[in-house]
Design a binder for this molecule. Structure first.
Ligand code: SF4
Length: 77
């Protein structure tokens, strides 16, 4: 079965889970940045291509980054 390729529509960071490890920022610094509380925030959901954003989400040690497609379906985790 062919893998469905839906574009990323929305990215969320769970502030309870985020520990400020910043690997997401290392991988996609135009998408995420740390705020004053050392929690990642999404600055530009179109700041990297979908594969890079997914990689950044997968790199998060606490799975704090949730990725949704354009229809609002959760892609990751
Ligand atoms: S990788 Fe995860 S824990 Fe680290 S800053 Fe990004 S969202 Fe937070």
């Amino acid at each position: 079965m062919a893998e469905q390729k839906k574009k990323i529509g929305r990215i969320e960071v769970d502030r309870e889970l985020c520990i400020g490890a910043a690997t997401c920022i290392a991988l996609a610094g135009d998408v995420f940045e740390l705020d004053g509380e050392n929690k990642a925030v999404v600055t530009n959901p179109k700041g990297a291509d979908d594969a890079t954003i997914l990689m950044a989400a997968q790199s998060c040690p606490t799975k704090a980054i949730k990725v949704f497609d354009e229809d609002g379906n959760q892609i990751y985790p």
